[in-house]
Ligand binder design. Structure first.
Ligand SMILES: Nc1nc2c(ncn2[C@@H]2O[C@H](COP(=O)(O)OP(=O)(O)OP(=O)(O)O)[C@@H](O)[C@H]2O)c(=O)[nH]1
Ligand SMILES: [Zn+2]
Length: 212
């Protein structure tokens, strides 16, 4: 299948990430292209789903999504990740242009899958999502967004409208040199499984949710 030049990123030079490969990816949320970037000197492979030609575009609709195996793959209802990913893909498909930057290595807000499940064990015993990390002697959130900013720069995106409820994510992307023009909320329906978790995210992590 032929590809337009703008859709095939060249290798990034002197950066944290390097471009590896790209192909078409039809999904239940429409047709995307998938690009894979490798974190230089690491084994982590970041993925970007792209709709449309974003080269040189401003105010591009973007979701920067932290990997969550339990939510994204298994449909866990403990968190809102899987539904946020679905919603963001649907929004970008509807808009006809945009990107999902899917960050590996962000699992558990940076503590990894095994530690996240250790934290879930503590949450099963009544601790909240923040207290559980602290009890384990682990940081609450170690994620950085430099790779995401560099990937978007590399794709020729000049500014973004970020699909998120987390103002800290906007600030960290801006600190990494990417202009965030606007925040687009992505609110997931509350259930008995996620209500306490979402409330803690609002109260302790600063997420803009709609609890009174
Ligand atoms: N340590 C820990 N990580 C969690 C927990 N629940 C979800 N995560 C991880 O949190 C990350 C997503 O972060 P969130 O705080 O849900 O949301 P965000 O990315 O900061 O903000 P949004 O853009 O609004 O989704 C994923 O990597 C999940 O694996 C938990 O209870 N404990
Ligand atoms: Zn999750």
């Amino acid at each position: 299948m032929s590809e337009s030049k703008a859709e095939v990123p060249a290798r990034a030079g002197g950066e944290l990430i390097e471009y590896v490969a790209s192909s078409l990816l039809p999904t239940r949320h429409g047709d995307f292209r998938i690009h894979v970037y490798r974190a230089v000197g690491e084994t982590v492979e970041h993925t970007v789903l792209v709709k449309g030609d974003l080269n040189g575009r401003e105010n591009v609709l973007v979701r920067v999504h932290s990997e969550c195996l339990t939510g994204d793959v298994f449909g866990s209802m403990r968190c809102d990740c899987g539904e946020q990913l679905d919603a963001a893909m649907a929004m970008i498909n509807e808009a006809g242009a945009g990107a999902i930057v899917y960050l590996r290595g962000h699992e558990g807000r940076g503590i990894g899958l095994a530690n996240k499940i250790r934290a879930y064990q503590l949450q099963d015993q009544g601790r909240d999502t923040v207290e559980a990390n602290v009890d384990l002697g682990l940081p609450v959130d170690t994620r950085d967004y430099q790779a995401a900013a560099q990937i978007l720069h590399h794709m020729g995106v000049t500014s973004i409208c970020l699909i998120t409820n987390n103002p800290a994510k906007m600030a960290k992307l801006e600190e990494s040199g990417l202009r965030v023009a606007e925040r687009i909320p992505v609110l997931i329906e509350r259930t008995p499984h996620n209500t306490a978790y979402l409330r803690t995210k609002q109260e302790k992590l600063g997420h803009m949710l709609d609890f009174e």
